[in-house]
Write a protein that binds this ligand. Structure first.
Ligand code: IPM
Ligand code: MG
Length: 365
């Protein structure tokens, strides 16, 4: 098969983690007889430096003409980087929001899974960690607060800032359908998370999700308020299978879910539209403080590449090969710095940097 990939390395640790994901992808393609090409494009801070804007039309165009987009991370230190002196619409994150909207990537899948090997890194009680967990957050990605009208202006002698949270029925319906479809392939349970005791948008969310649920009688549906959900994730994450939620709640809950897996460096994500096209990126950010030190964990990006093979190209065998190689490396005891908490007694020769972790995984394909 021919795989035509647009590649956005981005800022901070982005270029180093993407390099390792490409290494692993190349190995998979070599082994299974696929031909892969990468079109490297800029987005985020590096695009601001080169073109004065975080996302150019050319970048969007290259992405649209590709089968999928592989991405690292964008952005810099929000207190010290000159990118954050620019007006909000010209900052690195605006590029990410714009590309999601331009490519209509409304469904963001963020699986959080506790590898048995990393149980010691899980900050939860031992008996909770021992139960393990395997959940998937289905986050709505192109609506809600992050895309509503906003303004900051002076009213009666003081500054007033307004953000608006808007959801249309059709936006809720299409993400709910994705969640029920995914749940069918998993353990057939959707927990829909909202704040229906306060927000109108959540009350509409609940109503539409209930309508969609009627078409999936084999999938159990439960509603949960977002504040309670935040609590339940640290109390007992094993109760969750598919978590369906709106944009901002999903942003926050996915960081929380990633932390209970031991490290945010382990979490991949897929952002999909109605077709098989997708953008694949780790759930974590650009970690500018550790950039270019060869200490970043490339596993989240490598697992994002595996999601790309599975969701865009339907290459399940190849995706399994990557996931098995990651499991193998972890069970052999290799750890990047962020995972060391998992094994206090990690011997020196098992501690590895970004580059070596990529090599070890590629060698096990
Ligand atoms: C994420 C990030 C982004 C988001 C930021 C960088 C705009 O936090 O992908 O979770 O909020 O969606
Ligand atoms: Mg986030």
């Amino acid at each position: 098969m021919k795989l035509n990939i647009a590649c956005i390395s981005g800022d901070g640790i982005g270029p180093e983690i993407v390099a390792e994901a490409k290494k692993v992808l190349n190995k998979v393609c070599e082994k299974y007889g696929h031909e892969i090409t990468y079109n490297d494009v800029l987005m985020g801070g590096c695009s601001i430096d080169a073109y004065g804007v975080p996302l150019t039309d050319e970048t969007i165009d290259v992405c649209k003409k590709s089968d999928a987009v592989l991405m690292g991370s964008i952005g810099g230190n929000t207190s010290t980087s000159p990118w954050y002196k620019l007006e909000p619409s010209l900052r690195p994150e605006a590029g990410l929001l714009k590309i999601r909207k331009s490519l209509n990537l409304f469904a963001n899948l963020r699986p959080a899974f506790l590898y048995p090997e990393l149980k010691d890194a899980c900050p939860l009680k031992e008996e909770t960690a021992n139960k393990g967990f395997d959940l998937l957050i289905m986050r709505e990605l192109t609506g809600g607060l992050y895309f509503g009208e906003r303004e900051t202006k002076e009213v009666d002698g003081e500054m007033v800032a307004t953000d608006t949270l808007v959801y249309r029925e059709s936006e809720i319906r299409r993400i709910a359908i994705k969640a029920f479809e995914v749940a069918r392939q998993r353990r057939k349970k959707v927990i829909s998370v909202d704040k229906a005791n306060v927000l109108d948008s959540s009350r509409l969310w609940r109503k539409v999700v209930e309508e969609v649920a009627k078409d999936y009688p084999d999938v159990e549906l439960e509603h949960m308020l977002v504040d309670n959900c935040a609590m339940q994730i640290v109390k007992d994450p094993s109760q969750f299978d598919t978590v369906l939620t709106e944009n901002m709640f999903g942003d926050i809950l996915s960081d929380e879910a990633s932390m209970v897996t031991g490290s945010i460096g382990m979490l991949p994500s897929a952002s999909l539209n109605e077709t098989s096209f997708g953008l694949y990126e780790p759930s974590h950010g650009s970690a500018p403080d550790i950039a270019r030190k060869d200490i970043a964990n490339p596993i989240a990006t490598i697992l994002s590449a595996s999601m790309m093979l599975r969701y865009t190209f339907k290459l399940d065998k190849e995706a399994d090969a990557i996931e098995n190689a990651v499991k193998k490396v972890l069970s052999e005891g290799f750890r990047t710095t962020d995972l060391l908490g998992a094994s206090v007694n990690t011997p020196e020769d098992k501690k590895c940097g970004c580059h070596r972790m990529g090599d070890l995984i590629a060698e096990r394909i």
